[in-house]
Design a protein. Structure first.
Length: 341
């Protein structure tokens, strides 16, 4: 009888179950009872083993599924990243004219202007610089775009050109995250040729910086929008500019949101001008002038909606003259407005 030793009287003396085995001992030396008990112990041991195997298989399945999930996420992220930053053609000084649809980029700084003609084109400078070799700022725009539709220019740094970006827009064009430094005429110029149902251009996250440039004309604006209805101008920064900040000319339903006009000197007379441009929306824009010199904040806003804009040191801000005006903040200059040029 395995697993038990019996004394002369037939009673169980001590169990002989090997160490580490399941705690199932036969407690009788009766052959009939012994057989039944042994069968029960065998069943229990088999059940315990099957349960342990099932748990092991379940744990392996969970480990596999987690590994598969993490691998899938990593692969998806890699594919998305590769697609987001893909570039079909590298633009060089030998091929600065872009015409065919596709994705174009720079891998080094250039000293030649770029011309884009066509549609479904994305040009990404990837932070590289287009610098004008002419120290006097002559020549065309750094980037000239004659768009058929859906042209995007992004991540470009432009220095010393007459115009930074000159865009003739039709539908769905975008200027994103570009920096124009010391333009001699204007930072960004948009001229519309839009069909009635065309999608307005988007000018988002750009910067026009004009410190150290005495040559800019005080009657020119950093961003100019002409005959381009439904243009969206969002989260741009204009700093140290010697001319005006934003001109909207004959362009209905333009939206200007979250833009900052900072540190304008004394020789300008207005920051934002709406000229024959009905139903403009100006929301969450900030004007902060360097001195309290009588510069106007907004002119021509009679049909505009002006909400929660801030104007510091303007004379006056002009937001109170909007057709709809709410929660605008003004700290006016004590000086009278300068005469308009």
């Amino acid at each position: 009888m395995s697993g038990i030793e019996c004394d002369a009287s037939g009673r169980a003396a001590r169990p002989t179950t090997p160490p580490g085995s399941p705690a199932c001992f036969i407690t009788t030396c009766n052959p009939t009872q012994d057989t039944a008990a042994a069968s029960g112990c065998a069943f229990l041991r088999g059940t315990t083993a099957r349960f342990a195997i099932r748990r092991l298989i379940g744990a392996l399945k969970r480990i596999f599924m987690r590994s598969f999930l993490f691998s899938s996420l990593a692969l998806s992220a890699a594919m998305f990243s590769a697609n987001a930053f893909a570039c079909d053609t590298v633009v060089t000084s030998a091929n600065p004219h872009i015409m065919a649809p596709g994705k174009y980029c720079l891998t080094r700084n250039l000293d030649v202007p770029i011309v884009i003609t066509g549609g479904e084109i994305e040009f990404d400078c990837k932070g590289r610089t287009l610098a004008n070799p002419d120290p006097n700022g002559g020549g065309p725009a750094a980037i000239t775009v004659d768009s058929w539709s859906k042209v995007t220019v992004r991540n470009c740094r432009i220095e010393g050109y007459s115009f930074g970006i000159h865009l003739r827009t039709r539908s769905g064009d975008q200027l994103l995250n570009n920096t124009v430094v010391r333009p001699y005429d204007a930072g960004i110029v948009i001229i519309g040729d839009s069909p009635p149902d065309g999608e307005g251009a988007r000018v988002v996250g750009n910067r026009v910086i004009d410190y150290g440039n005495p040559n800019i004309s005080p009657w020119r604006e950093a961003i100019q929008i002409t005959m381009a209805p439904r243009t969206v101008v969002t989260n741009n920064v204009i700093a140290g500019y010697n001319g005006g900040g934003l001109l909207v000319d004959r362009s209905a339903d333009v939206q200007a949101t979250g833009n900052q006009f900072l540190d304008f000197p004394d020789n300008t007379d207005r920051i934002i001008e709406l000229r024959d441009s009905p139903r403009a929306r100006l929301v969450h824009n900030s004007i902060m002038l360097r001195t309290r010199s009588g510069v106007r904040g907004l002119i021509g806003g009679g049909s505009a909606t002006c909400i929660e804009n801030v104007a510091i040191n303007t004379a006056p801000s002009g937001f109170s003259e909007c057709a709809v005006t709410r929660y605008n903040v003004e700290e006016p200059s004590p000086f009278p407005p300068q005469p308009l040029r």
